[in-house]
Design a protein around this ligand. Structure first.
Ligand SMILES: [Fe+2]
Length: 918
C-alpha cells in the first residue's frame, strides 16, 4: 500500500473464539481483500477496534499507516464463516396476512413446497468467482437459521429488532464473497437490515423479505462494494442482471403491496369518474397535459372511463409503492398523529362557522387559533353539543391550537403583509425562486395575443417613476434596480375557469420592486389582469401604486393579497410539487430499474431517493387528487394540476434546475468566473441564493470527486451501459412529454455526469427544503399569506364598492379564506412542514464507512463534504446575526434558517434532509 510504513506488531489467534484489538485509531476504514485457500492480504477497516475469529488461522499485521493496516492471513483452514444478521419485524402491519385476505387467489398455499421447507431464514453465500467446472458462481451450502430462538437484548426485542449469527460453510477455494441469497421460510415478512461477515464484509440490505410462500425467488444482496458494469466479477454478473430484471418487472398486472417493482405510468388516477363528472379529472402526462410520470400501480380501470385508473378507498388501503418505499416506523406514526391533530384543530372553527350565518370577519377569531394569543369570544360556541362532549365549551384547549408562526412572532400585528416584508420574503421567504430582474419595461407577455390580447402590459413610466430615487426607468433597468414577480402568463389562460368557481377569484398579477440603497426590495406597482371578455380581445388590466390616502391604502392591501395568493399557487403547484416532487420521481424509478446497487451512481443517489415515492403517492391520495387539499385550498381549484402541466410544457428545463443556472435565467445573477461560484449576484443580500450557493458548491465538489474517481475518462461514461440506460429511460419514458427537447444535457463526459447528479441531489435536498419547511412559518398566518382569494377588488361602478367604502377591513377579511378554510389549510401545511424523528440530513455520513469500505478516496470526499456542510451551518448563523444584511437580520426580522442543514424534529423552519420526505 503506497506510503504505508512497516508495522511492528503481529497477532496470532488461537483456535477458540476470542477478541483482540487491532487498531483503535479513529480514522477512515479502508480496503480489504479476501482470498481463501492461500495466504492472502486483508486491509482491515480500522473502525473495527475488535473482531471475532472462530477458526484456526494466523493474522499478522505487516504494514500500517494512520489510516489502514494490512494483515496477512493464512486462510488455508477456513471452512466456516460467521455472518451476523440484523433483522426487524414489523409491529405495525401484518402485511402478508392483509395480502392473503385481500388477494387469496394469489396466495394459495403450495403444500408440496411447505412439506420440505424448514422454518427459519436461509442464507447462501455467493463467490465473485465462477466454478471452472460448471461456469456458475461458487456457492456455500444454504444455512437455515431460526432467528426466533436466538437470545436478544430486551430493548431491541421490544422494538422488534433482532440480531443473530449464522455459520456459512465454504470450500477452501471459494474466493471473495460477493453476494448472499436469502430465503424467508416464515409466514410473515421480515426486514433485513444488514449482514456482516466476520466483521469485514458488509451487506447493507435495508429491505423487506417476503415469505417463500408468497415470493418464491430468493432475494439477492450484494456486498458493499462498488463495480461499474464492466468491472463486475464473473460470479456476480448474472445476479446483477437478474436483480435489475426483478425490479423492472414485466410492466403487466396489478402491483401487490409486497412487491418491489418500479415502473412508470401517467397520472390517470387523480379523479374518480365513477362518482360522476364532477369528480373526473384529466390525465396528467401526454400531449394534452404534459407531466412527468409516476410509479405504476397496475390498478384496474374505472367503470365509466377505461383510460382512468380506479380510485382506491384510502381508509382501508394505500396506493402501491414498492415495499421498501412504504413509510414505516416513526415517520408513519408522526404522519398519522399529525393528521389527527389537524382534524382536531379544525373542530372549533368548524363549529364557529356552522353557528355563524356568514364567514368570520373578525381578526380575533384568527388570533385565537394560536397558542398564547388572546382568547376568542366563546359565546357563540356555548351549548354546542360536540364541544360540550369534548368538555371544551368554555375555552379552546391548547390541543386545538396552532403554534404561532415565526413571521408573526416577530411582533408584526398588521392583518396584511407589509410592503417591506413582501419584498423581503421574495428573497428570504417560503418562495424565494420567483423573483426576476426586470429586463424590459413595460413587461411583455409571451402568450398568444390573438387569444389573450396585446402582449404589452398597462404599466407605464408614470406608475413607477416617483419611486426610482431620481433615476429614469431605463437607468433603473440598466443599474439592475428593478425586479418583478410576474405571474401573468401562468394564470391568465386559466382565469376564466378559475373565477367561474364558487368562492375563488384571481388575477394574473405583476409586481414591480425597486432595489433600495439598503439592499431591500420595495414594491412600487402592482398590475392586475383579467382575461378579455365578450370577444373584445382587450384584457381588463388595472394598476395599483403605493397608497397616498385611505382608499388607495386598502386597494393596495387587497392588491398585495392577490399577489400573495397568486404566489401561493405558483409556489405549491409549480416550484414545490412539479419541480421537486414530480420531476424527481422518474429519475428515482429509472435509478432502481437500471442501476444495480453495485453501481456507484446508485450508491450516491440512494440517500436522496428515500421516501419520495411514498410521499408522492400520499400526495396522489389526498393532496393533488380531485377535491384534495390543493384544489380545496388554492385559487386555481380544480385547474391546479393543469397549471402545473402548462409550466412543465412551457417553462421547465432540467438543465436550468441547478442553482447558478436558475439564478442566471431569472436575471438575479450574471456569469462571473472571478467569483467563488462562477456567478455574481445582482442583489448582494439574497439569503436563499447566498446560502444555497454554499450548499450547491459543496454538493458539486463531492459529486465531482466521486465522478472523477469512478469515471476517469469520457469513454467510461459512454460505455457504461447501466448509466446510459438509466439516463435515457429517465428522459424518454419518465419525462416522455419533453423527450424531444434539445436542452437535456448529453451524458457523454464526466463533467456532464457531474452536472446531472449535482442537479438531482440539489433538487432533492436543499432546493426542496427551501420550498417545503417554511410553509407553516411563512404561510401559517393566513391574512398575511392567503392561499386563495374569494373576491376581486371592487370597482366603483359595482354594488360591492359601497360595502368596501363603509367597511374596508371587513371587505378585506371577507376576501380571504374563511376561518374554517384557513384552519384546514394551516393543519395541512403544519403537517408537511414537519421533520420526522428519523430524518436523515445532508452531510450525515453514518453509512459512508460501510457503504464505501475499500474506497478511501471516496470516504475522504464524504468526510470533506460533511465538514463543509457543518461549516455552512456556522456561516449561515453568522450571517443571520449580521445587522448589515437587512433581508435576514433586523428588528422583528425572522432569521433565514431554511438552508441551515440540521434540525430537531417538528416544525422548526430549518433543516435540509437528504431527500424529499414530505
Ligand atoms: Fe415537499
Amino acid at each position: 500500500m503506497a506510503g504505508a510504513k512497516n508495522m511492528l506488531a503481529s497477532f496470532s489467534f488461537p483456535h477458540k473464539e476470542m477478541k483482540t484489538t487491532i487498531n483503535t485509531l479513529p480514522v477512515y476504514p479502508l480496503n480489504y481483500q479476501y482470498v481463501s485457500g492461500k495466504t492472502t492480504t486483508f486491509t482491515i477497516p480500522s473502525f473495527h477496534s475488535s473482531c471475532k475469529w472462530k477458526t484456526g488461522c494466523n493474522l499478522k499485521v505487516v504494514k500500517t499507516s494512520m489510516a489502514m493496516e494490512e494483515v496477512k492471513v493464512d486462510a488455508s483452514s477456513f471452512s466456516k464463516l460467521t455472518a451476523t444478521v440484523s433483522i426487524r419485524i414489523s409491529k405495525e402491519v401484518n402485511l402478508v396476512k392483509k395480502m392473503i385476505k385481500s388477494f387469496p387467489w394469489l396466495y394459495s398455499r403450495n403444500d408440496s413446497l411447505d412439506k420440505f421447507v424448514v422454518k427459519g431464514i436461509g442464507f447462501q453465500l455467493v463467490s465473485t468467482q465462477l466454478d471452472p467446472s460448471t461456469m456458475k458462481p461458487k456457492m456455500s451450502k444454504e444455512s437455515v437459521k431460526e432467528w426466533s430462538k436466538c437470545t436478544t437484548d430486551e430493548k431491541d426485542n421490544d422494538r422488534g429488532c433482532f440480531t443473530f449469527e449464522v455459520e456459512l460453510v465454504i470450500d477452501a477455494d471459494f474466493g471473495e464473497p460477493g453476494a448472499i441469497l436469502v430465503r424467508n421460510n416464515y409466514e410473515e415478512e421480515l426486514y433485513l437490515d444488514a449482514i456482516s461477515l466476520e466483521g469485514f464484509f458488509h451487506f447493507s440490505c435495508n429491505s423487506w423479505i417476503q415469505p417463500a410462500q408468497t415470493s418464491k425467488q430468493r432475494r439477492i444482496f450484494f456486498a458493499n462494494k462498488v463495480y461499474l458494469p464492466c468491472q463486475t466479477p464473473k460470479g456476480l454478473r448474472d445476479l446483477r442482471a437478474k436483480e435489475l430484471n426483478n425490479k423492472r418487472g414485466d410492466g403487466n398486472g396489478l402491483r401487490l403491496p409486497s412487491e418491489r417493482i418500479y415502473d412508470y405510468d401517467v397520472y390517470n388516477d387523480l379523479g374518480d369518474p365513477d362518482k360522476g363528472a364532477k369528480h373526473a379529472r384529466p390525465t396528467l402526462g401526454g400531449e394534452r397535459n404534459p407531466h412527468p410520470r409516476r410509479c405504476r400501480t397496475g390498478r384496474p380501470s374505472s367503470s365509466t372511463d377505461e383510460t382512468m385508473e380506479k380510485r382506491i378507498d384510502t381508509l382501508i388501503s394505500s396506493i402501491y409503492v414498492p415495499r421498501d418505499e412504504v413509510l414505516e416506523g416513526a415517520r408513519r406514526t408522526e404522519f398519522l398523529i399529525g393528521t389527527w391533530k389537524g382534524l382536531l384543530r379544525n373542530i372549533p372553527p368548524l363549529v364557529a362557522t356552522s353557528r355563524k350565518s356568514e364567514i368570520s370577519r373578525d381578526l380575533s377569531d384568527v388570533a385565537g387559533l394560536y397558542k398564547g394569543a388572546p382568547q376568542v369570544d366563546q359565546t357563540s360556541l356555548k351549548g354546542f353539543g360536540l364541544l360540550n362532549f369534548l368538555d371544551i365549551s368554555g375555552y379552546i384547549k391548547e390541543i386545538f391550537k396552532f403554534e404561532t408562526p415565526k413571521n408573526i412572532l416577530s411582533g408584526d400585528t398588521t392583518s396584511y403583509v407589509r410592503d417591506d416584508e413582501l419584498g423581503r420574503q421574495t428573497l428570504a421567504g417560503m418562495n424565494p425562486i420567483s423573483i426576476e430582474r426586470l429586463r424590459v419595461f413595460p413587461p411583455v407577455s409571451k402568450l398568444d395575443p390573438s387569444i389573450y390580447g396585446p402582449s404589452e402590459s398597462n404599466l407605464k413610466e408614470e406608475h413607477i417613476i416617483g419611486h426610482l430615487n431620481g433615476l429614469s426607468v431605463q437607468q433603473a433597468i440598466d443599474e439592475n434596480k428593478l425586479f418583478i414577480l410576474d405571474y401573468h402568463d401562468i394564470y391568465l389562460p386559466f382565469l376564466e375557469r378559475i373565477n367561474a368557481q364558487e368562492g375563488r377569484k384571481a388575477y394574473g398579477t405583476r409586481t414591480i420592486f425597486y432595489l433600495t440603497t439598503m439592499g431591500t426590495l420595495n414594491p412600487i406597482a402592482i398590475e392586475l389582469s383579467l382575461p378579455p371578455k365578450d370577444g373584445s380581445n382587450i384584457p381588463s388590466r388595472q394598476v395599483l401604486t403605493p397608497p397616498v390616502d385611505a382608499t388607495t391604502n386598502w386597494l393596495w392591501q387587497l392588491g398585495k393579497a392577490h399577489v400573495c395568493s397568486n404566489e401561493a399557487g405558483v409556489h405549491q403547484l409549480i416550484h414545490h410539487w412539479l419541480r421537486a416532487h414530480a420531476c424527481m420521481e422518474p429519475f428515482i424509478i429509472a435509478t432502481h430499474r437500471h442501476l444495480s446497487s453495485l453501481h456507484p451512481v446508485f450508491k450516491l443517489l440512494n440517500p436522496h431517493m428515500r421516501h419520495t415515492l411514498a410521499i408522492n403517492a400520499t400526495a396522489r391520495e389526498s393532496l393533488i387528487c380531485a377535491e384534495g387539499t390543493i384544489e380545496r385550498d388554492f385559487s386555481p381549484g380544480k385547474y391546479s394540476m393543469e397549471m402545473a402541466c402548462a409550466a412543465y410544457r412551457d417553462w421547465w428545463r432540467f438543465d436550468l434546475e441547478g442553482l447558478p443556472a436558475d439564478l442566471v435565467r431569472r436575471g438575479m445573477a450574471i456569469p462571473d468566473e472571478s467569483k467563488p461560484h462562477g456567478i455574481r449576484l445582482l442583489i448582494e443580500d439574497y439569503p436563499y441564493a447566498n446560502d444555497g450557493l454554499l450548499i450547491w458548491s459543496a454538493i458539486q465538489e463531492l459529486v465531482l470527486s466521486y465522478v472523477n474517481h469512478y469515471y476517469p475518462e469520457e469513454n467510461v461514461v459512454i460505455s457504461d451501459k447501466e448509466l446510459q440506460s438509466w439516463y435515457s429511460e429517465a428522459i424518454n419514458v419518465g419525462h416522455a412529454d419533453l423527450r424531444e427537447a434539445n436542452w437535456w444535457p448529453k451524458l457523454c463526459t464526466p463533467n456532464k455526469l457531474t452536472e446531472i447528479l449535482t442537479i438531482l441531489i440539489w433538487i432533492s435536498s436543499a432546493q426542496h427544503a427551501s420550498l417545503n419547511f417554511g410553509q407553516y412559518h411563512y404561510g401559517g398566518y393566513v391574512p398575511k399569506r392567503p392561499p386563495l382569494m374569494q373576491k376581486l377588488i371592487p370597482q366603483e361602478h359595482e354594488l360591492e364598492y359601497a360595502y368596501f367604502m363603509g367597511d374596508p377591513q371587513g371587505y378585506f377579511l371577507a376576501s380571504l379564506p374563511s376561518l374554517f378554510q384557513s384552519t384546514k389549510y394551516m393543519a395541512v401545511i403544519d403537517i408537511i412542514s414537519a421533520h420526522s424523528r428519523d430524518e436523515s440530513y445532508i452531510g450525515e455520513i453514518k453509512d459512508v464507512i460501510t457503504n464505501w469500505s475499500g474506497e478511501p478516496n471516496i470516504i475522504k470526499a464524504f468526510y470533506r463534504f460533511s465538514m463543509k456542510i457543518k461549516s455552512i451551518e456556522d456561516e449561515i448563523k453568522r450571517r443571520n446575526a449580521d445587522m448589515r444584511l437587512r433581508n435576514r437580520c433586523g428588528v422583528g426580522v425572522p432569521p433565514y434558517e431554511l438552508l441551515i442543514p440540521t434540525s430537531k424534529p417538528g416544525v422548526t423552519g430549518r433543516g435540509v434532509p437528504n431527500s424529499i420526505t414530505v
